[in-house]
Design a protein around this ligand. Structure first.
Ligand code: FPP
Length: 240
């Protein structure tokens, strides 16, 4: 018998009995994170983009099937041009990087939800390319809500149905004409705010909410685990 057994390293990634099939994340608090440090707001977005990379990767490693990140709302265009340009630059950097590594090597799918109108053509081309290159991937689907509004999504679904000639519609008709995101099981919102802010209005009808005071750039894997532990304990009744 060996005198010394090698001490097993504690597993870094906990196991969960149940995971949300679709997790929504509102990436909030970048501006406050920067302000606290006397930095320009775009420094907060840059750090937020790093958190996005880490959390998206972790969700995929955990095996969550769909994750939707609220990255830029239809209202965010009202922000100063410099800030909007900075955020768009971060998307572009991510997409160029995704093209190099993630898209070629990984088996996760990238989908953009939101309206293409108003987005620069070079970015649209990269978005289309990322979607095309990952279309056959079947691990985690990472939805990036960009130029997204929940009300706009419902209105556009109804308009599609009107164009088809429908005069009466069902819930299933609307569901089938939304962007390709399934029912959302849980929404995480950091930064202390407790509102939905026009995110996944239709899909979140029975979502569990999880709030935290931590600002998005400081959000860690451990925060994600806490949210998922909480989700395990929720008793979901879907109105029944
Ligand atoms: C909300 O925080 C955040 C945004 C409107 C932008 C989110 C963008 C990123 C995290 C970068 C995304 C990059 C990639 C690659 C996906 P806020 O600015 O409203 O913060 P505040 O409420 O503290 O002012």
């Amino acid at each position: 018998m060996a005198l010394f057994t090698k001490k097993k390293a504690a597993p870094e990634r906990p196991e969960f009995e149940v995971l949300p099939n679709h997790l929504g994340i509102i990436m909030d608090g970048n501006g406050r994170w920067a302000k606290k440090r006397g930095l320009p707001r775009n420094a907060g977005h840059k750090e937020g983009a790093e958190t996005f990379r880490a959390i998206a990767k972790e969700c995929a490693e955990l095996g969550i099937k769909y994750v939707t990140f609220y990255a830029f709302s239809t209202e965010n265009w009202k922000r100063p041009q410099e800030e909007v340009d900075g955020i768009m630059r971060l998307f572009k950097e991510y997409l160029l990087e995704a093209k190099r590594d993630f898209v070629k090597a990984g088996d996760n799918k990238i989908i953009f939800i939101g309206e293409r109108d108003g987005i620069r053509q070079d970015l649209i081309d990269l978005m289309d390319e990322a979607e095309r290159d990952t279309a056959s991937h079947n691990a985690t689907t990472i939805n990036l809500a960009l130029n997204y509004g929940g009300r706009q999504e419902i209105v556009s679904a109804v308009n599609k149905l009107i164009k088809e000639g429908k005069t009466e519609i069902t819930e299933d008709d609307i569901s089938a004409n939304l962007y390709t995101v399934p029912e959302c099981d849980m929404i995480i919102r950091p930064s202390g705010e407790q509102r939905l802010s026009n995110f996944l209005l239709w899909q979140a009808a029975y979502s569990e909410f999880w709030y935290s005071d931590v600002l998005w750039p400081d959000f860690t894997k451990e925060d994600l685990y806490s949210a998922l532990r909480d989700y395990e304990k929720r008793n979901r009744r879907f109105g029944g």
